[in-house]
Design a protein around this ligand. Structure first.
Ligand code: 5GP
Length: 130
């Protein structure tokens, strides 16, 4: 069965898209640890990151770096944290999280974000991509 992220990639489920190319997509996490929390996802569905082909893994890192720099330009923060978990959604994704405090990396601390803010923030990050 297709993962929830494949459904986002095919457009079956909506998302607040930040970036996309032929191999990857980035969209805002629906339950963010911090404002600007973004997921970078390969379109080819693989469960575990270290099962990816080395070249595709490196391309994912390159794509994630580009998105992270755009987030950092957009959201006031000390730096962008990166995490890979996958216990909830078994489709590779890199979490990019604007950090001001260590608690934002714990996945226990969540922030409420309204629809309008998700929409405008995704656009702002997209506009800051280089
Ligand atoms: P993990 O699999 O790394 O433990 O966590 C999955 C992440 O995906 C969580 O941060 C969760 O909020 C996010 N997530 C789960 N379902 C959706 C969804 O339908 N849309 C979006 N944008 N994010 C989701």
């Amino acid at each position: 069965m297709a993962s929830i992220f494949t459904k986002i990639i095919t457009g079956e489920i909506p998302s607040y898209k930040v970036a996309e190319d032929d191999q990857f997509i980035a969209f805002l996490d629906i339950n963010p640890n911090a404002r600007g929390h973004t997921l970078c996802v390969p379109k080819q569905e693989t469960n575990k990151i270290f099962d990816m082909q080395p070249q595709q893994y490196l391309e994912l890192m390159r794509f994630s770096r580009r998105v992270a720099l755009a987030i950092e330009k957009t959201v006031p923060c000390k730096r962008i944290g990166m995490s890979v978990i996958g216990l909830e959604v078994p489709h590779v994704h890199v979490h990019l999280i604007p950090l001001n405090d260590m608690k934002e990396m714990t996945f226990q601390h969540k922030v409420k974000q309204h629809e309008n803010d998700f929409i405008s923030l995704a656009k702002e990050i997209a506009n800051n991509l280089e």
